[in-house]
Design a protein around this ligand. Structure first.
Ligand code: FRU
Length: 462
């Protein structure tokens, strides 16, 4: 173990206090101490799920990026481990940035970006490999970097070149990597036969306004009979970032992606840098619930942690439409409390709520969550349009959500202590981070018929 990695480990062990505060998530993953951003290296390896993440153990602000590490048997209960990677080599000394994982010959390989800020302020980013036999202790490859500036195509910037996501296809390995050319985002595809020797293969996606100034954390996977390219675009200095899912056909002989359709993945304002992996034929994605409302970043004085992941969601296509389903067993367990609400009636709860409705809202209906003077209101405006209004002491926000399904539009609502994820018929999805002044207390229904479903007890989720 390098000195820098053991310093981080010691620091975490001696500074961690069980800081359960009003905002500490109850069923979302958060790092015990310090700052967390992107999920990295998601994989099912040696009988457990691994979640690595961008991690600064030393502060509740971004910086000094390590790879944090947690494992789980069910994607809900996570055991946090000590960091897997530290910025301890020349080629990653300013940060071990985002990347992905893949298994080969019984070894777990991580591919990640080494971020280096030179004395003159200029930045170089390269791609690097670390590997492990047990999935816990990692060794960096002696011949890192495996992709450096000499393997960039013409015009590509050496300072914005990051977030490799590996995919295996037809006996070869490929990595999609975020890049820029002339201050515009593009996504590059590299190819390798052994994960160590890489060659530039193609510019798989470029010249699209959605790519913005930079399209971070690209992801490439098959969804039904199409390919999906997901990326997190930095659109402009004053605009919120957006995460897109592009569906199309991929010609593996040329590395050319033919776009069919492009859409925003999550209509909330705090969803970023998602990464997916495949498990038993399912495509599962975990996002970082990034708080875009910068004013409310948790401060060092009161909180010793900052950042949380979204609940894993399964992605699929139904008649060409994207379906996103939270991976929580929300089924008909008898001990989950059934409810039936008529207009103006309320259910009382404290702090957190997991609700799975089996009736939807009719046009004009609304749901109101309250705690003290703060409220969250969801109303259905038209057949396909919903409005989510958050009125908190610290912030006010309005979010429009579109659901493309023409079914009943049942709702799943995951309200944790500082986040809300809403799934409308699994087609209109919105994630938000919020910091209420006090715990939530009740949910009320205002409408013409009845709102019914089950409240899920956390213990009843597998
Ligand atoms: C996305 C991102 C990545 C980068 C990482 C650094 O949130 O900016 O592009 O690798 O975070 O922490």
């Amino acid at each position: 173990m390098s000195l820098i990695l053991s310093k981080a480990t010691k620091y975490i062990k001696s500074n961690f206090r069980d800081s359960s505060d009003l905002y500490r998530p109850e069923f979302h993953f958060s790092a015990p101490l310090g700052w967390l951003n992107d999920p990295n290296g998601l994989i099912f390896f040696q009988k457990q799920f691994h979640l690595f993440y961008q991690y600064n153990p030393y502060a509740t602000k971004w910086g000094n990026m390590h790879w944090g590490h947690a494992v789980s048997m069910d994607l809900l209960h996570w055991q946090n481990l000590m960091p897997a990677l530290a910025p301890d080599e020349d080629y990653d000394r300013s940060g071990a940035f985002s990347g992905s994982a893949i298994e080969r010959g019984g070894l777990l390989y991580l591919m990640y970006t080494g971020h280096v800020v030179l004395a003159d302020g200029s930045v170089t980013e390269t791609q690097n490999i670390a590997y492990s036999l047990d999935g816990l202790n990692f060794k960096k490859y002696e011949k890192n970097p495996v992709i450096a500036a000499d393997k960039l195509p013409e015009g590509a910037s050496r300072s914005d070149f990051r977030d490799p996501k590996i995919i295996h296809h037809d006996g070869h390995y490929y990595a999609v990597i975020a890049s820029t050319t002339h201050a515009q985002g593009q996504i590059l595809l590299y190819r390798s036969d052994d994960l160590l020797d890489w060659q530039y293969f193609s510019t798989i996606f470029s010249n699209r306004p959605e790519l913005g100034m930079m399209a971070e954390c690209p992801d490439l996977f098959q969804l039904d009979d199409q390919y999906a390219l997901v990326f997190s675009a930095i659109v402009g200095p004053d605009l919120p970032n957006a995460v897109y899912l592009a569906l199309g056909d991929l010609d593996w002989s040329t590395g050319h992606f033919q776009l069919n359709k492009i859409s925003i993945l999550d209509q909330g304002q705090d969803f970023y840098a998602p990464q997916s992996f495949s498990y038993q034929g399912q495509r599962i994605m975990i996002p970082w619930l990034r708080n875009n409302d910068l004013v409310n970043y948790l401060s060092d004085e009161k909180h010793s942690w900052n950042g949380q992941m979204g609940i894993p969601r399964e992605l699929s296509l139904a008649n060409g439409a994207l379906i996103q389903r939270p991976v929580l067993e929300l089924g008909q367990n008898e001990s989950n409390s059934p409810f039936s609400l008529s207009s103006k009636h309320s259910i009382f709860f404290l702090d957190t709520l997991i609700l799975n409705s089996n009736s939807g809202l009719a046009v004009g209906d609304r749901l109101l969550l309250t705690g003290g003077q703060e409220k969250i209101e969801l109303s259905r405006q038209t057949n396909s349009d919903y409005e989510l209004n958050l009125t908190l002491v610290s912030s006010k926000r309005r979010i429009n959500i579109m659901s493309t399904s023409d079914k009943d539009q049942v709702l799943i609502l995951l309200l944790d202590r500082s986040s809300l994820e809403l799934f409308i018929d699994n087609t209109g999805v919105a994630s938000v981070v919020l910091y209420p002044e006090r715990p939530w207390e009740k949910i009320s229904y205002f409408g013409t018929s009845k709102f019914t479903g089950r409240i899920i007890n956390l213990e009843n989720i597998k």
